[in-house]
Design a protein around this ligand. Structure first.
Ligand SMILES: C[S@@+](CC[C@H](N)C(=O)[O-])C[C@H]1O[C@@H](n2cnc3c(N)ncnc32)[C@H](O)[C@@H]1O
Length: 332
């Protein structure tokens, strides 16, 4: 046995004392067991990475994106933040229902316990706001006690996620709360990679939007009418047949894809032409690629006295680089 000493912040010291007393062990025994679990679960490489990282900060709220479904799309940074936090909170419809984000986390890191908070899915905005207020009160209480709290969300925490409203509501109760975000891979990125769909290139643009009203939406019609605009549709599962028809009218069915329950059991991925005839569930994403707009390589006028040259350096944007073969350009 070798002796070591360690300084603990007050909130951890309190938690250690409580845990030792509740389990009738000495504090040293509890510490040994915790370290053992940590080291065994992670392996030597991960332990090194963890040592290089920071420690929990009392009163910090961290929004953690867990990706769209596949457990291996949860990033290493997310995993670290979740293991570091004193509490991990997950949204759910009720205390006895496991939310999507929690399911992903259970697969990726079964060692991380999740405390559920029930979000009201009520159509009445006042009832929803009241439920959000109660959750914010709970989270603010944990932060006041000196805990670092991680809140998990599907995909990315800053894209159509409850995290933004929660962070605002917590800040209203505890002005100046330290809030950080660990980005997550989004559903449309997963769908694009599964189907080999280029999202945007050259001067095309990307419109990520909801389709809660189906095709009855002037802004959507404008995006569809722009041949250089790739359109990503979230929350349109129940309107899939109407959206498919709108895509057909706009000449947008070629290359259009839909992904339902990506990375989850029951997943469906395929051309909108085939899958868009019937409604899908809420967890469905559609990509309608821009039919035009990828600019062909620029041919510069040949310098006097030289032969014609295709300069593939022209048209490189910031953040782009040549691939090792020197011919194609790839975004970094
Ligand atoms: C509340 S938003 C969450 C978006 C998420 N924060 C993101 O960054 O992708 C829910 C919508 O995201 C899309 N979505 C999220 N996860 C998905 C999945 N696993 N499969 C298909 N679509 C998904 C669906 O369009 C769904 O209606």
């Amino acid at each position: 046995m070798r002796k070591t000493s360690v300084y603990l912040p007050d909130h951890l010291k309190r938690a250690l004392t409580a845990r030792a007393s509740a389990t009738r062990r000495s504090e040293a025994e509890v510490l040994r067991a915790a370290i053992e679990l940590e080291v065994r679960a992670r392996g030597p490489a991960a332990v090194k990475a963890v040592i290089a990282h920071d420690s929990p900060q009392p009163g910090r709220l961290v929004g953690v994106g867990v990706g769209p479904g596949d457990p291996d799309l949860l990033t290493m940074r997310a995993l670290h933040a979740l293991r570091r936090a004193d509490r991990v909170i997950g949204p759910s419809t009720s205390q006895d229902a496991i939310g999507r984000a929690e399911t992903i986390l259970r697969e990726a890191a079964p060692d991380v316990p999740v405390e559920r908070v029930a979000f009201a899915m009520h159509p009445d905005a006042e009832i929803r706001a009241q439920a959000m207020g109660e959750i914010a009160g709970t989270v603010a209480g944990y932060l006041d006690d000196g805990d670092e709290v991680a809140f998990i969300t599907l995909g990315d925490p800053l894209t159509y996620s409850t995290f933004s409203s929660l962070a605002d509501a917590v800040d209203a109760r505890r002005p100046g709360t330290l809030v950080e975000v660990v980005p997550g891979i989004m559903a449309f990125q997963s769908l694009a990679s599964r189907t080999g769909t280029t999202l945007v290139d050259e001067r095309q643009r990307l419109s990520v939007r909801t389709a809660l009203d189906g095709d009855n939406d002037d802004d959507l019609a404008r995006d569809l009418a722009d041949p250089q605009c790739t359109v990503v549709l979230y929350k349109g599962g129940r309107h899939l047949p109407a959206l498919t028809e709108a895509a057909r009218r706009a000449g947008r069915l070629d290359g259009a894809v839909v992904g339902e329950l990506l990375g989850m059991s029951g997943q469906r991925v395929g051309p909108l032409r085939q899958l868009g005839e019937a409604p899908a569930s809420y967890l469905a994403t559609v990509i309608l690629p821009a039919p035009e707009g990828a600019v062909p390589p620029t041919v510069l006028p040949a310098p006097t006295g030289a032969t014609d040259v295709v300069d593939d350096e022209v048209g490189l944007d910031e953040g782009q680089d040549r691939d090792p073969g020197g011919e194609r350009v790839v975004a970094s």
